[in-house]
Design a protein around this ligand. Structure first.
Ligand code: G1P
Length: 291
């Protein structure tokens, strides 16, 4: 069986960001900065470096600025050019998506992650695709999705990235059951969204990176509501697992849940540590602040 390459990625960005109000009243949570780049840019960078060629954003009301962000800003570029700000201009050019390599569709109602993914069905078509949840920022030299692509290119099927979480926190996430080891990962035997305490199949939680086959869309079309009264992707994946292979990929880097205040602040500190221009000052001042 030949393995179809993964060239498209879906990024669901319709969430309201209520945990970050009032900051997210006019600015989508995905556009909040980590150091000097929007959260969403980190996710797009991870996708592109894994070989993704087309990114599909599933947006919602008040998210128009995301589309503007990925467009060329002629006036800004012209001003930078006139002022001789070549480095800034080059940086903007280097992250500019190619014409026609982004698509935007809307999730019209907040019915859950499964529904958001289903909204991308016509644009994805009959191809396997990557799914990256922008709340989860993953700091890793190689990129989580690149590691998953290595497994996928050997095994095909569906791949879910997972990592360990303290058992008392597992009920906040989707959690997988662990089967036998395969090259680069393990077979998934179960998937439960927000398991009740005591019923967790393991302490490996789904951390927001997936490679999925397009058959998931037909399942999601009729998926009934699950945890939190939302249409859950995890429930749809469990049904697909009855027909197709699902493998777990253990991510070894650092994950920051930027949907929470703590995760967002830690991500800022962690990425500041990678920046020679600000690292020493940030360390000194945090030391003073925490004395
Ligand atoms: C979603 C997924 C869940 C996953 C989590 C990672 O949940 O449904 O399986 O573990 O993202 O952040 P949500 O954060 O939307 O509740």
């Amino acid at each position: 069986m030949s393995i179809k390459p993964v060239k498209k990625a879906v990024l669901p960005v319709a969430g309201l960001g209520t945990r970050f109000l009032p900051g997210t009243k006019a600015v989508p949570k995905e556009m909040l900065n980590i150091v000097d780049k929007p959260v969403l840019q980190y996710i797009v960078d991870e996708a592109i470096s894994a070989g993704i060629e087309h990114i599909i954003f599933v947006t919602g009301r008040n998210k128009g600025v995301i589309e503007d962000y990925f467009d060329i800003q002629y006036e800004l570029n012209d001003t930078l050019r006139n002022r001789g700000k070549t480095a800034e201009l080059e940086m903007l050019n280097s992250i500019q998506p190619k014409a026609g390599s982004t698509s935007f569709t809307r999730q019209q109602e907040p019915l859950g992650l499964g529904h958001a993914v289903w909204c991308a069905r016509d644009i994805v078509g009959n191809d396997p695709f990557a799914l990256l949840l922008p709340d989860m920022v993953m700091q890793d030299e190689r990129g989580c999705l690149s590691g998953m692509m290595d497994v996928y290119n050997q095994s095909g099927g569906n791949i879910i990235s997972v990592e360990e979480v303290a058992m008392e926190d597992a009920h906040k996430y989707g959690v997988v059951g662990i089967g036998k080891d395969v090259e680069g990962g393990f077979e998934i035997t179960d998937m439960v969204e927000k398991p009740a305490r005591g019923s967790e199949p393991s302490n490996l939680f789904i951390n927001g990176r997936y490679i999925l086959q397009p058959e998931i869309f037909d399942i999601l079309a009729t998926q009934e509501r699950g945890a939190g009264n939302e249409i859950q992707l995890t429930d749809g994946m469990l049904k697909l697992a009855a027909k197709q292979d699902f493998f777990g990929y253990r991510f070894q880097g650092n994950t920051y849940d930027c949907g929470t205040k703590k995760g967002f602040i830690l991500a800022n500190i962690a990425y500041a540590m990678e920046r020679d221009d600000i690292r020493p000052d940030v360390i000194n001042e945090i030391r003073d602040l925490t004395k």
